[in-house]
Write a protein that binds this ligand. Structure first.
Ligand code: LLP
Length: 446
């Protein structure tokens, strides 16, 4: 596992919306340790205004640079009813990838006419549910899906076709290939995408409106998006030559954020301004009609708006090796470390201005030796009972949490202007065991 190289002396320098007052970490106008006391730990804290600020930044840049647009929030990053209530009034739509995300978006008040339904294997029941809910558009990822939409749609249903432009980007690196091995999309390079799009007109009630791609997540380099735009607009030229109009172009999400100080993402404004301008130029140069631009940021809207608070429990020093500080959370609330070797910054909530002089492995409480949240972080000396705040946990944490070891998924508390309230209530043991059945075959015993 990678060692975290951040040092707590300046841990908040890159987390502009977190403030420290008299050494106390404050988020959304609330002191983190007060929230821990009031709501208990582990606790996800979500800064409403921080998320709205980023969402608004995307909308404002596009209004200026590329007025025919839709910003669809990628639900997978953080899905609960409240997030739609926060983002929908700003004009955002939503990208959903399952019946569950669709249900939650509708419950949160998202207008179905602004919902795009993604996913590489939508089930028949999900397709029926989405059609009956009136979703604006399906992002089609298989022939079977075209058949199912056609079988169930009573009137023309908009679809985008997800293509694979052969650009794959992750953080600082991107690769270009012609034979990208991915379960998502149809390849442009091998002609499959063209073939599928040409076939769409054979399906009753399936109305092709454009193309979608998504080249990766936590991307720092704007060049990755530029290459994707080049490939997609080249493909639009090709489709136009076959008499096919492309009204919409969905470029997916992927804009990177800060987890540790070494991360150097662009601002949402910079990412969006660059992509919008690049697309304008690309369409002008190719003499094609500028399509409606759809973007689907997830992580960049909610990631830095979230922190997770833990209470430090057992502290164990292994002589000449390391010191473990165990917290009351772990891989059940943050599986990203074990899945992706993700790195994080953290501070002690009430000593957030102190230099880190001791090195710790922050361990989770799950029965897995790999359940380590941060390896080798420097912090002021930790004591049992300290509240530890792990930063940038708003995306792909709550949404990827589990009940492993029958730990409860932590609640989410929203903070805004010094006020706090549950956004997701705590799970009880009864909730966890709610669907458990005992004495299943008791009649057999009689
Ligand atoms: N649109 C599509 C079609 C996507 O597949 C994704 C993410 C997004 C938008 C949003 O991307 P974002 O702006 O959040 O980067 N669990 C992983 C991330 C998986 C992302 C999958 N697709 C993680 O925790 O890093």
């Amino acid at each position: 596992m990678k060692k975290n190289s951040n040092v707590a002396a300046r841990p908040l320098a890159c987390f502009g919306d977190l403030t420290v007052k008299d050494g106390r970490l404050s988020v959304g106008g609330c002191f983190a340790s007060d929230l821990a006391k009031e709501y208990g730990t582990p606790l996800y804290v979500f800064d409403v205004e921080r998320a709205q600020k980023t969402a608004k930044a995307y909308v404002d840049i596009l209004k200026r640079e590329y007025p025919d647009f839709t910003v669809c929030y990628a639900s997978k990053a953080f899905c609960c009813a409240g997030i739609y209530e926060i983002l929908a009034p700003l004009g955002l739509g939503a990208d959903v990838v399952s019946g569950g995300e669709l249900y939650t978006a509708l419950k949160g008040g998202m207008d179905p006419s602004r919902i795009y339904f993604h996913g590489n294997n939508k089930t028949e029941s999900e397709i029926k549910y989405a059609i009956s809910s009136g979703v604006e558009c399906f992002v089609v990822d298989s022939v079977r899906e075209l058949e199912l939409i056609s079988a169930h749609a009573k009137k023309p249903q908009n679809v985008l076709v997800r293509v694979n432009p052969g650009v794959e980007a992750h953080t600082h690196r991107f690769i270009q290939t012609t034979t990208t091995d991915s379960k998502f999309g149809f390849s442009i390079a091998d002609g499959t995408a063209e073939e599928i799009i040409l076939s769409v007109s054979n399906y009753k009630n399936v109305h092709f409106v454009g193309l979608a791609c998504h080249i990766g997540s936590q991307i720092f380099e704007k060049q990755s998006f530029e290459i994707a735009i080049d490939k997609m607009t080249d493909f639009i030229v090709r489709l136009n030559s076959l008499g096919i109009e492309v009204e919409r172009l969905d470029l997916g999400g992927g804009f990177g954020i800060h987890y540790i100080e070494e991360d150097k993402p662009l601002t949402p404004e910079q990412y969006m301004e660059n992509s919008a301008r690049y697309l304008k130029t690309a369409t002008r140069e190719r003499n094609i009609k500028p399509p409606r631009l759809i973007v689907e940021p997830g992580r960049s809207i909610v990631g830095e708006a979230g922190i997770t608070l833990y209470t430090v429990g057992a502290i164990k020093t292994i002589k000449d090796v390391k010191t473990y500080a165990a917290v009351d959370g772990g891989m059940f609330d943050n599986p990203r470390v074990s899945l992706y070797d993700a790195q994080y910054s953290a501070v002690i909530a009430d000593k957030a201005d102190r230099k880190g002089e001791c090195e710790y492995s922050i361990a989770g409480k799950c029965c897995e030796s790999g359940d380590i949240l941060i390896e080798g972080i420097k912090l002021p000396e930790l004591k049992t009972g300290d509240v530890l705040a792990v930063l940038s946990t708003g995306a792909y944490h709550y949404s990827m949490a589990s009940n492993y070891n029958r730990n409860a998924v932590p609640p989410v508390v929203a903070v805004k202007g010094g006020k706090s309230a549950y956004m997701v209530k705590p799970q009880t043991y009864e909730d966890i065991a709610r669907n458990d059945v005992i004495s299943m075959f008791s009649e057999d015993k009689q």
